[in-house]
Design a protein around this ligand. Sequence first.
Ligand code: AHR
Length: 488
Amino acid sequence: MATVRVLTDEPYGVISPRLYGHFAEHLGRCCYDGLWVGKDCTEIPHEDGFRTDVLEALRAMPVPMLRWPGGCYADHYHWRDGIGAERPTRLGLSCDRQVLDDNSLGTHEFLDLCSKLGAEPYLAGNMGSGSPQEMCDWVEYTNASIPTTIVRERHANGRENPWNVRLWGVGNENWGCGGDYEPEHYGREYRRYATMLRHVDPKAELVVCGFEEDWNVRLANTLRDRWRLVDHFSIHRYWIKGGHGTEFGEEGYYSLLHEAEATEQFVLRTREILNEAGATKVGIALDEWGVWHPESRSWGPDGTQGYVGDYEQSGTLRDALAAAVALEGFHRQCASLSLANLAQIVNVLHAPVMTHAGGMWLTPTYHLLRMHAPHLGATAVRTAVQSDEVSPGLSALGATASIQGDATALSLTNRSYREPVEVTVSGVGDVFSARLLAAGEARAENSAWDPDAVLPNALHYAYDGPDTLVFALPPHSMATVSWRPRTT
Ligand code: AHR
């Protein structure tokens, strides 16, 4: 038994669509193959080189914001390689991989993808092997309107108007793959880059690279009296303690959900560090998050030694539930968390969309994100939940609610591995949508040969009185119910 009440007059803030951002890195088959098949491809239908099936799925998800080109790839990437007719073939470098990279997906193509998807672009600049001038030139190329030589080059390459890209990452994971900096050194370099970038475009929103506690404290101290140069403070969180992606039991299941739920604590602790250093107005950018199973990495618990794959992994109902649990926390922290990017958008890691040759399938995480669409841009409000614990510190029922216009959306997670939960929701009006994502097993997943194994269905509910709703949530399931005030 669990009860829920939506506290409509206790808002947390607006859920920025940027909290539902995605991440496309030149890694494995994410960009090349997953998104981009090239303008000359004849086997797979595409729009200007981007797979039509993937575009359609992503538009429906939706994708309000998209980060590119890395990841670790960003600190090797030279943007000039990806413009114009003659493009060099380089070593594509990210996450210990070396691949042939023909640069056919470059700045114009990526920004065209964003416009096809209705996504705000977020570009990650190169601070590992690049220079402040190189990044300044990229900002000028994309955002300036005065006809400089660089802007005329953009015109010659087919784009008259500036794209006005707002979000700029100043490096990526510069504590590691992005140059192995010390936080004080990185912080001082950041100040130089940010000063120069702001001269080129004062409206650019700049993202500085955080990490874990020690780095964050030391970086925040280095930036203490320079917060005017920082808009967002990046942190990453991958959940790695759930064991194998599909061969897990109850222990691994709860372990992953605990990690997902603890993401909120990481955000809160980062906020404390920022506030202590005077950065009360700097947003937290969780610009990589999601599940990273041991079969797809060579580090961390159970990481497969000498892993040589393509960072592809299974995407089960458990992974979707973990994402749903984390999103409940994102909503609660929406006044502090300024953006978030699920890693990654197609084929790689916690992907909502998978492809194989001409085929495509959607993971349970895709369906979960689609069920969360009513929350984008809505006002998150507190919920009062009474429910048992299913594992120490983890309640059976999780809830998040938001209000947009006269519509209220309530998303619920039943985190129990084995038991259904009977839910009573009070204060409900006229329900106009009620969807359930469930399957017999938490390890259920979709695949090329069984793409519809896990699909949202109608949630069966009943009224118990004029404004009280009752329904059962199966084990390891999630639901979204939306209603408007009664008209009669
Ligand atoms: O998403 C894969 C990698 O994880 C990214 O390139 C890097 O930023 C992180 O370590």
